[in-house]
Design a protein around this ligand. Structure first.
Ligand code: ATP
Ligand code: MG
Length: 228
């Protein structure tokens, strides 16, 4: 589902953010990406969503070699991958319903399909009753649930999350994690970069640890830190 083959990333300022990374994530997995600040987690994720390119190496997502995806094709490629960020990134001038519907409009979904699908995902994240509210009228947890609804509305095979609970209190963060587990159970592959040790340790999923741009550990049912 996700493959990094000998991937390195050197930014323009000569910072080597990733160094010879080889990783293979199977369809249906739930994987945490952990590591200290500056380790390269966001760089890893930005390359996956084609926000930036590797300097060396190859990335394949859902059978697609990312170096063959043209600028014009990027929105269509991203349709296959849902994305969730720490800062929600909702459109402030659109209400909840429209924020989610917008993700379908950009990929030219049929209006009929949009009217069917948006209420369905809003119900899944427990926000049916707030569909007319605007982002600034919602709590952080609610905003993140809208962002999740938007991320899954096009039925992505992969969901990529960069610190999705970073701005949430622990209880709200746990609610988001439960939703992510539901989404994963329904078949979506999930990759989540995080600092949240408690969450990682509770979930007992595969943990890939990056340190200084290299894979330091890759453990099934792992912990945030090495046990030694
Ligand atoms: N656009 C950029 N240009 C130059 N250097 C960058 C850029 N983005 C990140 N870096 C550098 O690359 C390294 C990895 O950064 P990255 O954002 O991937 O870390 P991270 O693991 O996500 O950290 P955090 O946990 O703080 O979010 C850091 O040294 C950072 O300063
Ligand atoms: Mg980061």
């Amino acid at each position: 589902m996700i493959e990094f083959k000998n991937v390195s990333k050197l930014y323009d300022n000569n910072v080597k953010a990733l160094s010879e990374v080889n990783i293979s994530i199977e369809s249906g997995e739930f994987v945490f990406l952990v590591g200290p600040s500056g380790a390269g987690k966001s760089t890893f994720i930005k390359m996956l969503i084609k926000e930036t390119e590797p300097t060396v190496g190859e990335i394949v997502v859902a059978g697609k070699k990312l170096n063959t995806v043209t600028r014009k094709q990027i929105p269509y490629y991203r349709r296959k991958i849902g994305m969730v960020f720490q800062d929600f990134r909702l459109i402030p001038t659109l209400n909840v319903y429209e924020n989610v519907a917008f993700a379908m409009r950009v990929v030219e979904a049929q209006p009929k399909e949009i009217r069917k699908r948006v209420p369905m995902v809003l119900s899944l994240v427990g926000l049916s009753h707030k569909y007319k509210m605007f982002p600034n009228e919602l709590s952080g947890g609610e905003q993140q649930r809208v962002a999740l609804a938007r991320a899954i509305v096009n039925n992505p095979s992969v969901l990529i999350c960069d610190e999705p609970t970073g701005n949430l209190d622990p209880e709200t963060a746990n609610e988001i994690m439960e939703l992510l587990e539901d989404i994963n159970r329904a078949g979506t592959t999930i990759l989540m970069a995080t600092h949240a040790k408690d969450i990682v340790n509770n979930m007992k999923k595969r943990v890939i640890a990056i340190e200084k741009g290299s894979i330091a550990r890759d453990t099934a049912r792992g912990m945030y830190e090495d046990e030694n």
